[in-house]
Ligand binder design. Structure first.
Ligand code: IPE
Ligand code: MG
Length: 222
């Protein structure tokens, strides 16, 4: 969900206004995803690198995410959305925010229409490091280490590999998002800044996805 700061700056607003405006984009995208039957949606809300931002902005983002969960979880629950979080639950995440995360996940744990995973204090490399730590802690011998052994120690082993990754705001990078999981994902880049993103932009990305031919390293069947 990139481009909040630039969206705000272009309007002469504080960067944090861009984050606030991103909420509308998120809920429109979720609504659109539900409409077209998307079962798994993962959004990058806060990265392990975002702690480098000015303290004011970090504080704002923590409070904003907390309040968003409190204000919106019932509505997501009513729509059949299961809320999950992927990332490190380390000391830097305020206790109150962690509490809301646990509450929201518990509240929606039985929903199956869609799983909305919020990558929060998430880093793709950190996730792989955590999986390797778990391997070592489990005493897995070197010759038993394979892709399955790593994959089942990721944050959510039941999450299917993403079909499509959408990067907004005209940046052509992955920026540490789901590194392991996106090995064969289709990537779609759009110049739209996140606060301007709407379900139509999601549909456009899905249409682009449908035009792609996926071979997974093999050859065309025809
Ligand atoms: C993404 O928007 C939101 C978060 C990282 C929380 P940015 O804040 O990165 O916006 P730009 O990239 O500065 O425009
Ligand atoms: Mg950015």
């Amino acid at each position: 969900m990139d481009g909040n700061g630039r969206w705000a700056q272009r309007r002469g607003l504080a960067r944090t206004e861009g984050h606030a405006a991103g909420e509308t984009a998120l809920f429109d995208a979720v609504e659109g995803a539900l409409d077209i039957g998307v079962r798994w949606l993962t959004v990058y809300a806060f990265s392990t690198e975002n702690w480098k931002r000015p303290a004011d902005e970090v504080r704002y983002l923590m409070r904003f995410n907390e309040s968003l969960l409190m204000r919106r979880r019932d509505e997501l629950n009513a729509k059949g959305v299961r809320i999950r979080f992927a990332g490190r639950r380390d000391w830097r995440v305020p206790k109150r925010v962690l509490r809301r995360m646990v509450e929201s996940a518990d509240l929606t744990a039985r929903n199956r229409r869609m799983t909305l995973t919020m990558a929060f204090n998430y880093g793709g490399r950190a996730e792989i490091v955590d999986a390797v730590r778990a391997l070592v802690a489990d005493g897995v011998p070197a010759d038993h280490v394979d892709e399955r052994a790593i994959a089942k120690r990721l944050y959510w082993p039941d999450m299917p590999s993403p079909d499509l990754v959408i990067r907004t705001s005209g940046e052509y990078r992955i920026s540490n998002f789901l590194l392991w999981e996106i090995a064969y994902s289709e990537l779609v880049f759009t110049d739209v800044l996140w606060p301007d993103f709407r379900r139509e932009d999601l549909f456009e990305a899905v249409r682009e996805f449908q035009r792609r031919e996926r071979r997974y390293g093999g050859v065309d069947k025809a």
